[in-house]
Each structure stands twice: as C-alpha cells, then as structure tokens.
Design a protein around this ligand. Sequence first.
Ligand code: ZN
Length: 288
Amino acid sequence: MACANWLHSSAIPHAVLPFFYHRSNLLSSNFRRLHRFTSTTRFMSSRSSHQAAAAHAQAKRGFSVKEDEVASPADLYFEAPLNIVEYPDPILRAKNKRIDTFDENLKKLVDEMFNVMYRTDGIGLSAPQVGVNVQLMVFNPVGVRGEGEEIVLVNPRVNKYSKKAVLFNEGCLSFPGIYADVMRPESVKIDAQDISGERFAVDLAELPARVFQHEFDHLQGILFFDRMSEEVLDGIWTELQALEKKYEDKTGLQSPERIDTRQRRKAAAGFGKSRLQTEASLKSSGFE
Ligand SMILES: [Zn+2]
C-alpha cells in the first residue's frame, strides 16, 4: 500500500501508530488506548450504507479460506533486489500458496520486502507484489525504517469483519500515482503465523485494519479498484488504461485484463441488478 496519501489525507496522528501490536497478549490494554484517539477517517453516511453493505459482502469473499496448496522452495525463490510488480501483470491475479517452511530464506524474503517497501515509500506490501505468489505480507503503518513497528503476517486469516464500514483514500504500490476512495469494514479480527511459524490472533482497527485488508486482498488476487464504486472508478479510468498500455509497451504482450472490457462484461451480466439484489438481501437479514 502506498504511503504518501495516507499521511496527507488521513491525518491520523502518528502517536496512534505505535500502539499497534502484533501479539495478542499485548493487545488488550493497548487496544483500549488506541480507541481513545479520535479518527479523522470519513465515516460512512446513511446515504452510503448500501455501498457499505456491498463492501462488507465483498470483504467476506476472503472470509472462509480453504486449505491452500503449500508453497515449494521454487515458489519461494526470489532474487534481490526485489522489484514491484505493477498492474496488469497476471502475477497479481495468480493464486498465492500457503507457507509451511519457516527458514532463513523466508527471513531474507521478509527483509527484502521491507527494503523495497521503504524504498518505494510504502506502508504495506504483499509477496505477490514482488513476484512471489505466497501468503505473506509485511507492513509498518509509519512507513519509516526504525519508527513504528514492522509487522510480518504469514498465512493470515480473517475471523470477523466489523459491520461498520468506512471510506478511505488508498494508494497501491502496484498502481503508481493512483489514489482513490475504497469502502472497507472498519475493524477486523484476524489470526496469522509469525516469521517463526507461531500462530497468534489479533484485533485490528483504524489504519492497521485498513492496511491489513488491502494487503490481504492481494493475497486473494483482489486489487483495490475491484472494490471501488463505479463513480470512483470513473475517476481513475484513464490512469488504469495508461498502466495497461505501459505493460503492453514493456512486454510486447496483450494486457491480460482491461478496465473497459470489465465494464462491458459487468453491464452484459446485469451486474447492477445483481448487486442491488445482494444489498437488499443483506439488509433484510439485518446485515447492516
Ligand atoms: Zn496494493
């Protein structure tokens, strides 16, 4: 996830950020302290509640994780320095395998991911974004080496999303220069393994919850524009097309996906109608 825009638009006090801990036994007291701060996040209005329900429903796509295929040493192979994979490279849509080997190679990969994250002014990075299709993410909500806390999550899972959703301006290192609003649940309960393979559970809110969900989406092959409203998407349409052209010029290959085809496909499939039906059923079940 890209950094600059967070700092400009979110205006979340830096003082909040050190209170994010990745150990559940440290969390309870500090989590209460985190909640004492007033977020400047733009909370949803009642007008956007339908969109929130849709965001919630979309978020739940990653909710139940089946037992994934385990990554082989070849899947975990990388060469330093790592480079950021940009949209529309198909690596970003490929399946990401589960990690069950917690060795020196994994530690080196994590180190290199932090290196490239700081170098590119990021605050979060998933392994597929550096061309390694495994269930691994790193982040530091401060985005500065030596400040905040470096978080490593291996094989993360979401156990619960908050009903409340919030709109927030996001950037993504795989979409250089593009920033737009995305609706997501405000908080999440997750569990994951650490760099040694030890599993732990934690509740995330505010900026850490936002960064986690963005990176968790990457691990499911979901990109942030997949979650944008049609109105928001209209605003970055030409920039997405420019990235598609850049990919074609660079590789000599046809772009594996196109934002304009996506729109036509949706219209042809009656996307708008099915989305409304989904929202209605969510509302009637008290999901909001
Ligand atoms: Zn991203």
